[in-house]
Design a binder for this molecule. Sequence first.
Ligand SMILES: [Zn+2]
Length: 536
Amino acid sequence: MVRLTFYGGVNEIGGNKILLEDGDRRLLLDFGFPYKRHKLFYEEYLKPRPGAGLLDPLAMGLLPLVEGIYRDDVEAADLWPRFREAPQYRKLDGVDGVLLSHAHLDHSGHISFLRHDIPVYSTGVTAFVAKAIQDSGRADFDQQVCYFSPRERRCPTGLRQEALISRRAPKQQRRFCIGDIGPGTLGAAAAEFWEQGFWSKGPKQEEEIKSQPVAGVDGCAFGLRCLPVDHSIPGACAWCIETGAGWLVYSGDLRLHGKRAGLSRKFMEEAAGLRPRALILEGTNVQREANVSELEVYRHGLKAVRSADGLVVADFAARDVDRLLTFLQIARETGRRLAVLPRDAYLLKTMRLLEPDTPDIAREEGLAIYQDTTASKNPSLWLRNLCQEYDSKLVLARDVDSAQGEFILAFSFFDLNELPSIRPRPGSLYVYSSSEPHDEEQEIDFRRLHNWLEHFGFRSFGLPVESADGWQVPEGEAGLHASGHACGPDLLELAREIGPELLIPVHSEHPEYYLDSLGGRRTEVLLPTAGGTIEV
Ligand SMILES: [Zn+2]
């Protein structure tokens, strides 16, 4: 009997955490950060306490009450006894691995809390992108996917309340097993990247635990197939797992209308060939009838940028490398340069280690790196290395200020505080190439964004405007965002082609869509419940 327990991703978009048990073999399918539930309790200035370790996320229902899978250095005193009577409490003797579908934090973030000896299975690009995201971001203690500083329980100097405090050294790195790369194919540059920035300052310590990614999935207790798919971040994959009940297929997030749609179609064929017992399928956009393609984004974006003489700002999702390349193409064709932030340049550089087709920043005339203002006396190693390596590609605020018509700035809302340094001239253009606001917090940010644009005299293109019917893109300005997720008809095509006996929708606010559309046919649809188990 194979059991699937759904600890996240039920009636919500993101936060996937699925436990698969087959006898005494166990896997987690993603272990994501549950943004929706997190926002019920927390905001920027009210966050889970790092010094309390696992207590806050367990007590607030952000992590499953499963003893035996988490790091012991984040266990507060008397942690588990207080949960042992809870109905969902379980004790497991570890798990055999996490199958990570892609590096978006709503699928990967809570890996941070798992025991460091639990291997993470992913594609090579996902492992490397996850590390680039952690290196170049400010990962909180609950989003440290690739490495972390172990904590110890003690009283801070001069205080009475004991807490879990980061030890200075050594850091610990997680073990990644790469599903789509054969043994021995990870080059020296890639190996060096994996170690870079990980070593703590000062002399190396004996017990410092580092571990290079292992090529292949042969070490897993289950037979696995890692099948790359197309999504709005590079490296996404679906997983096929051979169990006692037959093959189980987990789609992760995917689409059939992006630049790499061929990958998703190939996945569909291969998964169908396995005649799977069950398919766990995402359903983010089940209510959409059609998709905007990346090619349409390119055409609309080109038209918008051609209409501008002054500065252009392009706002698109972080890590959406396909969109970045779309705007790079638009920049080339309009005689501009796309100026990206260092973190985006770092991501491109990282991807190129595994995918040599990725543009080489050093040689790409249409690309520049915008060095933003930082007050840090000691910038991180990745940033210093990057700025040294691409010194000739760096542009500063004054360079953009003095040649505004020569640039497209790849900025998002959170980068707008560079504008006072750049002094955009009235009539500058803000091209919005991302999704509309999904919750109140984002709506507030959207109002702020409108204020910024008004303050600097921008005109916008594709930017949703608040109306009585909610937020809507002005007429004639649609088609500037291609979603990372397949629309309803495409998802049904996927389900029908793969043809599982059982379909379990996750990552959706409308999972009943599949019941209505597929119910009564060859495939049985079962809706998971939060924390509930489905026997396969
Ligand atoms: Zn995703």
